[in-house]
Design a protein. Structure first.
Length: 513
C-alpha cells in the first residue's frame, strides 16, 4: 500500500502547527519535493512486507463469565510445541501486553482492541521451546498504566483473598491465575512495580529481573528505560525455572548487553543463603501511608532470616525517599513521548519494532482519544504541560540524577549482598467503585509504588516474596540485589520460603475458576 502524497493544504496545516511561516509558493515546492521523497516510504513498506512471516493459525477462545469469575483471563489457548524441555507440560499465562502470534491482544485497552500479533515475543518463543503450554492471555491494566486492578476495559480483576480488594497491577490477571492454580506460572511485566505489587497482594513470588536480563522484544513498551518482563510463580523455585529459560540476549533488544553468561537459577538455589549479609533499608519503612502491620510483618520475616543464618543490619539510604520523584518525571514525560505520542514504540532506538501494533494503536488513538484511562489522561495533561514550559529539561535532569540514585544503592550493596524492605507499604486496597472520582482512580493506581518504582528507574533486580498473612491479607517482602546478580536475590527469597515452610494459597472462595 502506497502512502498518500501531500498537497499544499496538508503542508500548510503542518506549517502552521510548527510556526514555519512558509509562503504558498514555497509550500508548493516542498509538496513537489516530498512527492518524490515519499517513494522511499513505499519501497520500505514493500520490502518489509516481503520479509514478514505469515500469521500462524492458532486456536483460542473467549472464556465464559462462569469460567472467569475473577476477570483474570482475556483469552484461553492450548499451545505446545514440544513435550520435552525444562518446562515440559508447565501451564503458563502470558500477560496481555506480550505478543502471542495468532492470538488476540488488547493490553487492557481500547487502543489495541482487535489487534492480532503476527510474531511471538522472544519470551514466548523460549517458553514454547522449553516445553511449556501457553494456556492463554492474562488480563492486564489499561496500557499497563496502573498498579491497581481496576482499569482494564474488560473489567476489574478481583483478589481471591478478598473479592472487594485489588489484586494489584498492572500484571493483575497474571497474578490471579497463578494464585488460584489455574496456571503454574505467568509472564508478567513491570514498569513501576507491576510484577511485584500483585505478588505482594496475592501471596506469590514475583521477580523483576535486572533491566536488560530478559528481552522485552515483542511486548508493548511504556517507557523504554523502565520496561521489564519477568516471572510470577507460586514458589521461588518456579520463578527460578522460568527465569533460566527466558533470560539472555536475543540480539533484538537494545536494553540488553550483547553477551551474557547463562545462569541456571535453579541450581543457584542449592547454594543456600547462610552467611549472606542483608541490609534492611530504613527508608523502606514508615512511609506516610505505611500500615504498621506491614512493617511489623516484614521485620518479623527479617528475624526469621537471621535465625536461619543470614546476617541483617539496618542501613540508611536517604536517596530512596527521593526516587519516586525521579520515577514520576521519567514515567510522565517519557511515557507521553513514547507511549502516547510515539504510539507505544516511539523512535530513535535500535531494535525490533512492531509496525502493525504502531499503526493499530495510532489509528485508535486518533479515533478514540477520549477512551484513554485516567492514568494516561494524567500523563498527557501533566506531561504536555511540563514539556511545554521546560521543553523536557526535567526529564533530562531526572535521567542524570538516576546515576546518583543507583550509586546510593550500589554503595549499600558493596557492603551487603542484598537489601530488603516491604514490597508495598500497604496491603491490598479496596477496589474503586464504578462511580469513583478521578482522584480515587488515580490514587488507587499509585499509592503502593514508593518502594517498587525506584528499582524500575535504576534497573536493580528486585523480588517480592511472601512475608506472611495479616488479617487475611498477604504481605510481601522485597529483596533487591546487585545488577545481574539475580541469583543471590532468589537465594535469599528461597531462604525465607524454606524457613517459613512455604506460602498458603488464597482461601477457597468458590471463585477460583
Amino acid at each position: 500500500m502506497t502512502i498518500d502524497r501531500p498537497h499544499s493544504g496538508s503542508f500548510a496545516s503542518i506549517s502552521e502547527t510548527y510556526g514555519l511561516r512558509l509562503s504558498t509558493e514555497d509550500l508548493n515546492e516542498y509538496v513537489a519535493a516530498a512527492d518524490a521523497m515519499l517513494a522511499s516510504w513505499d519501497l520500505v513498506e514493500a520490502l518489509h512486507d516481503d520479509e514478514a512471516p505469515p500469521v500462524p493459525e492458532r486456536s483460542w477462545s473467549r472464556p465464559s463469565d462462569e469460567d472467569n469469575v475473577l476477570g483474570a483471563w482475556y483469552v484461553t489457548t492450548h499451545l505446545q510445541e514440544t513435550t520435552e524441555g525444562p518446562l515440559a507440560g508447565v501451564r503458563v499465562a502470558i500477560k496481555d501486553n506480550t505478543c502471542v502470534a495468532g492470538v488476540p491482544m488488547m493490553n487492557g485497552s481500547h487502543m489495541l482492541q482487535g489487534f492480532m500479533p503476527s510474531r511471538d515475543a522472544t519470551v514466548v518463543t523460549r517458553l514454547l521451546a522449553a516445553g511449556a503450554v501457553i494456556a492463554g492471555k492474562a488480563v492486564c491494566e489499561d496500557l499497563c498504566m496502573s498498579a491497581g486492578s481496576h482499569t482494564s476495559k474488560t473489567g476489574p480483576v478481583l483478589n481471591p483473598w478478598d473479592l472487594e480488594r485489588s489484586a494489584g497491577g498492572s500484571s493483575s490477571g497474571s497474578g490471579v491465575l497463578v494464585a488460584t492454580g489455574q496456571v503454574d506460572m505467568a509472564i508478567s511485566g513491570d514498569q513501576g512495580g507491576s510484577i511485584r505489587v500483585p505478588a505482594a497482594w496475592l501471596g506469590l513470588v514475583g521477580h523483576k529481573p535486572t533491566w536488560g536480563l530478559v528481552p522485552y522484544t515483542g511486548a508493548i513498551p511504556v517507557e523504554q528505560s523502565l520496561d521489564h518482563l519477568g516471572p510470577t510463580g507460586r514458589s521461588v523455585n518456579d520463578v527460578a525455572r522460568m527465569l533460566t529459560v527466558i533470560a539472555g540476549p536475543d540480539g533484538l533488544d537494545p536494553r540488553q548487553p550483547l553477551t551474557m553468561d547463562a545462569v541456571d537459577y535453579v541450581d543457584e538455589l542449592t547454594k543456600g543463603a547462610v552467611g549472606l549479609r542483608i541490609g534492611v533499608v530504613s527508608e523502606g519503612f514508615d512511609h506516610a501511608n505505611s500500615e504498621p502491620e506491614v512493617d511489623e510483618s516484614v521485620r518479623a520475616a527479617v528475624s526469621v532470616l537471621q535465625a536461619s543464618g543470614l546476617l541483617a543490619e539496618r542501613v540508611s539510604i536517604p536517596w530512596h525517599l527521593r526516587a519516586p520523584a525521579l520515577f514520576s518525571v521519567i514515567a510522565t514525560e517519557g511515557g507521553l513521548r513514547q507511549l502516547v505520542d510515539g504510539n507505544a514504540f516511539g523512535s530513535s532506538w535500535k531494535g525490533a519494532y512492531d509496525p502493525d501494533a504502531i499503526a493499530h494503536f495510532g489509528t485508535r488513538r486518533q479515533q478514540r482519544p477520549h477512551q484513554f484511562p485516567e492514568s494516561v489522561n494524567m500523563t498527557i495533561l501533566a506531561g504536555r504541560h511540563s514539556i511545554g514550559l521546560a521543553h523536557g529539561r526535567h526529564y533530562a535532569m531526572a535521567r542524570n540524577l538516576e546515576r546518583s540514585l543507583a550509586a546510593a544503592y550500589d554503595s549499600a550493596l558493596s557492603v551487603y549482598d542484598v537489601l530488603v524492605m516491604p514490597t508495598t507499604p500497604i496491603r491490598a486496597a479496596p477496589l474503586p467503585g464504578r462511580d469513583a472520582s478521578v482522584s480515587e482512580v488515580l490514587s488507587r493506581g499509585t499509592e503502593m509504588l514508593a518502594n517498587t518504582a525506584p528499582f524500575d528507574v535504576t534497573g536493580h533486580p528486585a523480588c517480592s516474596v511472601p512475608a506472611g498473612v495479616v488479617d487475611g491479607l498477604p504481605v510481601g517482602l522485597m529483596v533487591i540485589g546487585r545488577k545481574f546478580d539475580d541469583a543471590t536475590v532468589l537465594r535469599v527469597a528461597h531462604a525465607l520460603e524454606i524457613a517459613i515452610g512455604g506460602f498458603p494459597p488464597p482461601p477457597d472462595t468458590g471463585s477460583n475458576a
